[in-house]
Design a protein. Sequence first.
Length: 266
Amino acid sequence: RTLRYVPESSQDKIISDEDVFETLLKIFKALFINDFSRQAHILALLPEIKCKYLELLTVEQKRSKVNSCNHHSQHTFSPEEVLFNTLGFSITRDRSSLVSAGTGVFVTRGFVPKGTVVSMYPGTVYRKHEPIFFQSLGNPFIFRCIDGVLIDGNDKGLSRSVYRSCSRRDQLGPFQMSDESWLTAALQNPLAVGQYVNNCSHEKAANVCYQEFDVPGYFPVELKQYLPNVVYSHDIESHPRCVVLVTLRDIKQGEELFSNYYTVVS
């Protein structure tokens, strides 16, 4: 993994921001409903939102009863199961198929069509000229965006501490503005493993590419707890930056994801 370089004039949108937004909304809503019992403190402050989710939950429970022989009260699925049930695939970290590459990311269940958001690149977002020197020393997880914004996707050491500190700084009462769970083995957002996607090789062609996405101001506040990015400077009024990984072709169960750090779609 190396620092990604892209020319200033490049563009990397291969699907629309609306498509990215709708995908994230779909999976985050499903994760929220699956974890509904833990959301009581949030829903108490948002009665109109609570009504909306109660309706969605009722529909989901009816569907679960049709698809299952067991008629217990709401069954809680793992985040990976929610991803599979919602988008038709699941992914996980495992030993890469590339020799000496360490960890990689695989499609473990289902099928991922071309042009699908298949993962997210988590981490602290640094704007130009913000201090990242010590965090970048020996750090293979620095991602460079087209406009010079850097995302530190390292889940260890100083990088980990900085992310946790910024995430807790931004919390508004019961509302978490970002997801810390990607720093652990127990992910709440199962897409947040994009920093472990390996670079392609002569034997393994790229099957995903990076696409930058600025989270709009109207993104539902109750779903921000699943966003695996936080801005370093709290005093800057701007939309949080996310980077998603989008499939360049259909990907089948068992395949490893490979990106190309130097290929930017123009």
